[in-house]
Structures are given as C-alpha cells and as structure tokens.
Write a new protein. Structure first.
Length: 493
C-alpha cells in the first residue's frame, strides 16, 4: 500500500489493484480513506518539473460545488511525499465504456436517456469545458451516469501546452479543432458527446483509426457512416453534433432541449404523417450541411497541407540558389549581385546576367487544375541566363516542384520550352514559362499546344543539384565572356 497526503486528508492506494485500463492523463487505483472507505485514486501522468508545483485550482473550484451529474472530487492536488499529482473520487459501480463493450448496442431510448444525463452534467458546470469527454470518463454512481475527470484537461492545458494536452487525449473522441491545436470550447464537448452517442448506438465510435494519423484525417475530413434504425430526429441531432466546424454545432442547451423532445416523443404528433415528413426533411438538411462542411474542411485541410509542402519545397530550392550565389561570390568577386526582393535575385558580370525568381512562394497551385494531367505542380520558379549582344542569346528554364503517379514524392524538376515554327518566337530559346497550365500543355499529347519541351524534365534537387549548378554556372560564365551560343537544335537531347 502507498500513502499520499493531499489538500484535505491522507489516503492510501494499492498500485496492484488498477480500476480499468490506464488513460492518457493517468491511471486509477483502488484507494482507501483513513476510516477504510473505498475510493478511486487517479495518479496523473504529469511531470512535476514541468508543472513547477502548480496548484490544482480547478479541483478546488469543483470541491466547493454540489453536483448531481458530475462525479465530484473528494480531494486533489500534489502529494507532499512523492510530489506527484492525484485526484480522489468516489468509487463508481462501472464506466460507460465497459457497458458499451458488454452490451454492444443500446436502444435509441436507452442511448437518449444516457446522453441526457451527460448533457445535464455538462450544464451543471457550464463555465468549464471538459476537453476529454469519452465513455471511460462517464461513470455510474448512486444510480446515475456522471461525468468524471472534469477539469483535469484544463489543468494540463494551463500548466503545460496544447501539444502536451493533445498527446493525452483519446483519438476516437477528439474534435477536429483539437487536432488543429485550437483551444477547446463547449462545442468540443458537443462533438465528443456526438461520438459517445454513435458508440452507444453502434458499439463503436464514428471513426476507428486505427493509427493516430488515421484518426486525425478522419475527424478532419470524413463523415461517419449513417446509422440506420434510429429516428430521423436523432440522426439529425447526431449530424449536427458531429459537424467539422465548431461554430456550426448546436449549443449544449439546444442539445438538451432536443434530447428532451426525443425522450418524450411518445406524443400525438408522432402519429401525424406531416410530422414524420418534417423530421425526415430536417434530417436530410442536417446531413446536407454536414456533407458541405466536410467538403469545405477537406478543401481547407488539403490547401494547408499543400501550403506546408510548398513551403518546404521553396526552402529546398532556396538552398540550391544560395549555393549558386556563393559560388559566384567566391569565383567572381566583381560580379554585381542584386536581390530585388526575397523571391528573386539577379547577378550581372561582363555581358552576362543570371536571374532566378520564385513565381509564388506563398500560395501553392490549385491541385484541381491538374486533374487531367500526368503530374501535379505545387509551386515553381524560373531561372535564365541572358547575354547582351547584337542578337540576344539566352537560356531559360522553369523549375517546378511537382510529383506524378509514378514518382510520388514532390521533387524539383527543370524544364525548358520552345515554340513551333508556326508561332512567333521568343527573343531566345529555350525559354522559361511562368504558367503551370502552359507547362502541362507542353508535356501533354495535345497537338495544338503552342509550346513544346526543349529540355527535361530533369530532377535538380538532392543528388542532382550539383549537375544543375554546374550547368547554369557554365552558361553564366560563357554569357559574361560573350561566348554563349544558342543550341543547334531543339529539343536538346
């Protein structure tokens, strides 16, 4: 037996008698008061160094309240001996997760009754957000389903960081905003309640992972499978609670009101066909809104993901350009280097000039533009060498950060272009293109395209970066001396 001393009293617990599996925030053990009464003692998984002996003020708040549907703290705080953090609660008869595993599925009436008790508990402490609502934290005690661990997530969030909190959360019940490092609100608890409702009616939460990355993708982008054999009104409510946008979910008071209506639905209205049709219409509209929000959220998440990958690509290419610039500085100190803005650089020496420009380093190209293409361009840049002479001679290339079905990772590729004889020529060729749409046309099988590929596509990053640097430094040196010659034929072999 181990002894702990908290704010109100001393307690003992047996660390060989675990009450349920360990959770993200800690492990619950069978404990005893000084008089020998059984209690549940939770040992939190928190590092004393990171918390710096922080007071559990949230526990003090709840200790002072009389609660009916929230399992109260009997004691809480930091143990004076071990310096670890503990909470002490009444020992419950069972938890809702074990009940779901035993029963598999609840009837609609049973599920609604349980959900109603949980909602009433949330409303009892409406000034607080639970942040980790799940069946394992809903306990049966004194003939009622009560919410446990209220305030622990807030204590962790205030004491450490959102990342620490996120690592403690239960992936099957975590709301989309929690995966995006956005602070939780009452809408977060509403979403978790929707997941609990789904588990009560089907035997499992709406998304099943199994990995953390799978849960993140599912909660952010996907819609749960439709539940059959429940009333349209309940399906409509579930659809609203599980909306991707926090601001689109119903408030707790509205959820309580709708559950109350469902609980008392054996009234005359249910026998009216018009009422049934209205309920079905309401369900259809709720599902439509949910589908629209899921689609919009997928678009946002896809764009943000592409933006992050594009940013990484810009950094990769910028490192290559910095090497090119450094080689010019070391080998040709008289060269004039002009950085016009963060996204471009121009170097002049003798008769030659080399210039590179990032086309749009901030916003990635829209993937939908390349649905019919064999490759997907994320972002791009151009590079060119110009020789000032009687007849302008130059070489230009587009640099595309792209991938194809055959080459899955994004890589930087160099591609140069030229025009057919039936079109007016550029001042020099091969030349660069700034439009990804034209780049796609040049590499497609479309015969009427004005552009054709003169060189490439050739990878230029990683192990291929040195060839790229040598190629363009040689051209710049020849242009500076007035010795740059146009290619004898196009495309270049």
């Amino acid at each position: 037996m181990k002894e702990i001393k908290l704010q109100k009293a001393c307690w003992t617990y047996d660390d060989s008698k675990q009450l349920g599996p360990a959770g993200g925030f800690g492990t619950v053990f069978l404990g005893y008061s000084v008089s020998g009464d059984e209690v549940a003692i939770k040992r939190l998984n928190l590092d004393d160094k990171s918390l710096a002996h922080r007071e559990m003020n949230i526990a003090k708040e709840l200790l002072a309240r009389e609660l009916e549907y929230v399992l109260p703290f009997i004691d809480a705080g930091q143990d004076a001996i071990s310096h670890r953090y503990f909470t002490v609660m009444p020992k419950a008869d069972k938890d809702l997760q074990s009940e779901i595993e035993t029963k598999c599925q609840f009837s609609e009436a049973e599920a609604v009754a349980i959900l109603r008790e949980i909602v009433v508990g949330l409303l009892e402490v409406s000034d607080l957000v639970h942040r980790d609502l799940k069946p394992r934290n809903v306990l049966y005690h004194d003939g009622k389903w009560r919410i446990a661990d209220f305030g622990i997530a807030r204590f962790v969030e205030e004491s450490t960081s959102l990342n620490t909190l996120k690592s403690c959360l239960s992936p099957p019940y975590a709301a989309p905003e929690q995966w995006q490092d956005i602070r939780a609100s009452h809408a977060t608890d509403v979403y978790a309640l929707g997941c609990i409702a789904y588990a009560l009616l089907t035997g499992h939460p709406p998304f099943r992972g199994p990995e953390q990355t799978d849960f993140r993708k599912q909660h952010l982008n996907e819609l749960p499978q439709r539940i059959e054999k429940v009333s349209p009104q309940l399906r409509s409510l579930l659809s609203m609670m599980l909306r991707k946008r926090a601001e689109s979910r119903p408030e707790l008071k509205r959820v309580d009101k709708l559950l109350n209506i469902l609980q008392n639905s054996k009234n005359q209205n249910n026998n009216v066909k018009g009422f049934e049709k209205l309920a079905i219409a309401g369900e259809a509209d709720a599902e439509r809104v949910a589908q629209l929000e899921a689609y919009e959220q997928r678009a946002v998440n896809t764009h943000e993901n592409r933006k992050e990958i594009a940013r990484e690509g810009v950094n990769i290419l910028n490192e290559i350009f910095m090497k090119l610039e450094a080689k010019v500085r070391n080998q040709a100190p008289t060269a004039k280097i002009e950085i016009t803005r963060k996204s471009s650089c121009k170097i002049s020496m003798g008769k030659g000039k080399i210039e590179w420009i990032f086309l749009d380093p901030v916003e990635p190209y829209n993937e939908e533009k390349f649905e019919a293409s064999q490759f997907d361009i994320l972002t791009g840049a151009t590079i060119r060498v110009i020789q000032d002479s009687q007849n302008i001679v130059g070489y230009g290339s587009s640099l595309w950060y792209r991938r194809s079905e055959k080459i899955v990772p994004y890589r930087w590729h160099e591609v140069s272009y030229f025009r057919s004889l039936s079109h007016r020529q550029f001042p020099y060729a091969p030349f660069e293109l700034e439009s990804p749409e034209y780049a796609y046309l040049a590499e497609s099988n479309i015969t009427w395209s004005s552009y054709q590929v003169a060189f490439g596509p050739k990878p230029i990053d990683g192990e291929d970066s040195q060839d790229f640097l040598d190629r363009w430094l040689k051209r710049f040196a020849e242009a500076s001396l007035g010795q740059l010659q146009p290619p004898r034929y196009l495309p270049i072999g």
